[in-house]
Design a protein around this ligand. Structure first.
Ligand code: NAP
Length: 257
């Protein structure tokens, strides 16, 4: 790609392990020279994320549970101290209770609904509010990750589909807020890819099988394909695109019967 991100900095939320889509995004960005801060959700993930970070050039690695405002504050305070400014935010945090990702949607509890929305949708806004001051004078970019279950019924995706719809609407509202500052906000709607979170959705293997047979490309999406579109959305190559949901799903979203 004829673009370099040398001299730019970014923060990536939602790396759990080498299969994480956030990690693919981090690799693509770092490959073009962006200096990164990786965050991990809980102590349980610290070792694996630190190990992955060894593959990057001079990264920051910090804890951040996006439901804890003080932890988000601490991440941006550290970024300000170490990087001085910020160019890109990649948001790959999502969570719903396993029991809410199976069976009928109407069984969703209020607590499960609120939790899914807090982690998977509201956190983008919480993070953006803290990132914007560090993007002053730069052309900042935000990229989040969504799924077609926001707009169509995908069996068992349930409350996460509702949270993704809120996330995609947040992208549009945020894009309008920050556009006059020169910043952009977009979402990547990825096809199903086997990751830790995805395997929490009951029947996930059947979804993979369906896409491999029925998408225009007749194959499943890879994490690297998502990472490279993230790179595009964080680079000047996509300077005319904001508020959009870009599908990286082997074309599945165009299909009817
Ligand atoms: P993943 O590797 O499990 O990543 C999800 C990340 O969110 C994990 O690191 C998880 O940490 C983190 N998270 C959960 N609760 C959090 C919290 N309170 N604070 C901060 N982080 C938290 O799975 P993934 O598939 O790469 O998911 C990344 C994004 O891609 C998600 O938004 C997902 O919905 C989206 N997506 C995935 C697919 C797919 O098929 N894989 C398709 C379309 C969109 P824990 O492990 O500690 O929970």
């Amino acid at each position: 790609m004829p673009t370099s991100l040398k001299g730019q900095t970014g923060v990536v939320f939602g790396v759990a392990n080498k299969r994480s889509l956030a990690w693919s995004c981090a690799k693509s960005l770092s490959g073009q020279g962006m200096r990164l801060c990786l965050t991990y959700a809980s102590e349980r993930l610290e070792d694996s994320v630190r190990k992955l970070a060894e593959e990057l050039d001079d990264p920051l690695v910090l804890p951040c549970d996006v439901t804890i405002p003080e932890e988000i504050d601490a991440v941006f305070a550290r970024i300000k101290k170490e990087f001085g400014s910020l160019d890109s935010v990649v948001h790959g945090a999502a969570f719903a209770r396993r029991e809410e990702l199976a069976g009928d949607f109407y069984h969703t509890t209020k607590e499960g609904y609120m939790l899914a929305h807090e982690v998977s949708a509201y956190s983008l806004t919480a993070v953006a509010r803290r990132a914007i001051p560090l993007m002053e004078g730069r052309k900042g970019t935000f990229v989040t990750l969504t799924y077609i279950g926001s707009e169509r019924v995908v069996r068992n995706y349930n409350v996460m589909g509702i949270a993704k719809a809120a996330l995609e609407a947040s992208v549009r509202y945020l894009a309008n807020d920050v556009g006059p500052m020169g910043h952009r906000v977009n979402a990547i709607s990825a096809g199903p890819i086997r990751t830790l979170s995805a395997s929490g959705v009951e029947g996930f293997t059947k979804i993979l099988d369906h896409i491999s047979k029925h998408s225009p490309l007749r194959r499943n999406t890879t994490a690297d394909e998502v990472g490279d579109v993230c790179l595009f959305l964080c680079s000047n190559m996509s300077r005319g695109i904001t508020g959009s949901t870009i599908y990286v799903d082997s074309g599945y979203h165009i299909m009817g019967v």
